[in-house]
Write a protein that binds this ligand. Structure first.
Ligand SMILES: N=C(N)NCCCC(=O)O
Ligand SMILES: [Zn+2]
Ligand SMILES: [Zn+2]
Length: 339
């Protein structure tokens, strides 16, 4: 059947849901065009079906597909940001990266190389699916593109700054320790948000602090409120290039049961979305949404949450494209000044 798409400002948007029901046809993210259906894209959504780095429940390799399926219902106007992300920027679904499920080192190389290739034309990436191992190559690529270490906001129940598991250095519990050691993150501007749950020992926190991480625990978010947390994060990040990594287990298992290492006492999806909206105007350069494991999900609760989180990330990036275009038109402003 012929695809009928919404088009505005020269940007090809989602399948027109007033003509074709959203539940029909193949799922791309938000029913956006595939990358091969557009000439160029400002923002690319790409799946990373990889879960060979998990320490507990597997299944995040199926996260990309689940997030795409759950994203069918997303609508093109974002009221909280007063923004139509698919009109102000060309957003496209770049499909899935083909990563080796049997060789973690090779998978990491592939992800870094593909992330660099996809951003060669100046596009920014939002990745969906995979376990948290993949944040390391994505951060390497982001730092390479930025030409310097990037600021990091890491939303997660876990620190993911552990050293090794069974002697393995590249796992979903270790990406940010490796990133700090490799100097791809700016340790003056790295924060965890939503941390909670039992650790192996107090040393986990001491090591983490040594790497420069600040922490807003999920209890801090509850006690301080979203606005104060946002203010603290914005101050820490400033105008640095910012990477946002979102482990869906940052949400309480009630909001995200479909994940590999669930921890009680997490944030609500409302809190997470509101914090993300508070990041508007920062110099976001890329983001991931990881650890969606659909086999443990119910009624797409987790996949729906992840698809909305990805939509907000895409919206922040699209907003930046719009600000840059406005700035170029009026000959003023930089992204960081435009808050
Ligand atoms: N990145 C995620 N989701 N989990 C890391 C937990 C590692 C552990 O249980 O030791
Ligand atoms: Zn994680
Ligand atoms: Zn986690």
């Amino acid at each position: 059947m012929e695809e009928i798409r919404v088009q505005k400002n020269g940007n090809i948007g989602p399948v027109d849901s007033s003509r074709i029901p959203r539940y029909s046809g193949a799922a791309t993210f938000a029913l956006l065009p595939r990358l091969d259906q557009v000439e160029r894209a400002d923002v690319k959504v790409v799946g990373i079906p990889f879960d060979a780095g998990v320490s507990y429940r597997p299944g995040a390799r199926f996260g990309s597909t689940a997030v795409r399926e759950a994203s069918r219902l997303l609508r093109p106007y974002h009221p909280a940001l007063d923004l139509s992300p698919f009109e102000v920027a060309q957003v496209a679904d770049a499909g899935d990266m083909a990563v080796n499920p049997f060789n973690i080192e090779e998978a990491i190389e592939t992800i870094q190389a593909e992330a660099l290739e996809l951003t060669e034309d100046g596009a920014s990436l939002v990745t969906i699916g995979g376990d948290h191992t993949i944040a390391l190559p994505l951060l390497r690529a982001a730092a390479q593109r930025a030409g310097k270490p990037v600021a990091l906001l890491h939303f997660d129940a876990h620190l993911d700054t552990w050293d090794t598991y069974f002697g393995a250095a590249y796992t979903h519990g270790t990406p940010f320790r490796r990133a700090a050691e490799e100097g791809v993150i700016d340790t003056d501007a790295v924060s965890h948000v939503g941390t909670r749950g039992p650790l192996y020992g107090k040393k986990d926190l001491e090591d983490d602090a040594r790497f420069g991480f600040g922490i807003y625990t999920s209890a801090d978010v509850f006690r301080m409120g979203v606005d104060k947390v946002v203010a603290g994060l914005r101050e820490r990040v400033g105008d640095r290039p910012l990477y946002v990594s979102i482990d869906i287990d940052v949400l309480d298992p009630a909001h995200a049961p479909g994940t590999g290492t669930p921890e009680a006492g997490g944030m609500t999806s409302r809190e997470l979305l509101e914090i993300l909206r508070g990041l508007r105007g920062l110099n976001l350069v890329g983001a991931d949404v990881v650890e969606v494991s659909p086999a443990y999900d119910h009624a797409e609760i987790t996949a729906v949450a992840a698809s909305h989180v990805a939509y907000d990330l895409v919206s922040l990036l699209a907003d930046q494209v719009a600000r840059r275009a406005d700035g170029a038109a009026s000959g003023t402003e930089t992204a960081a000044e435009a808050n």
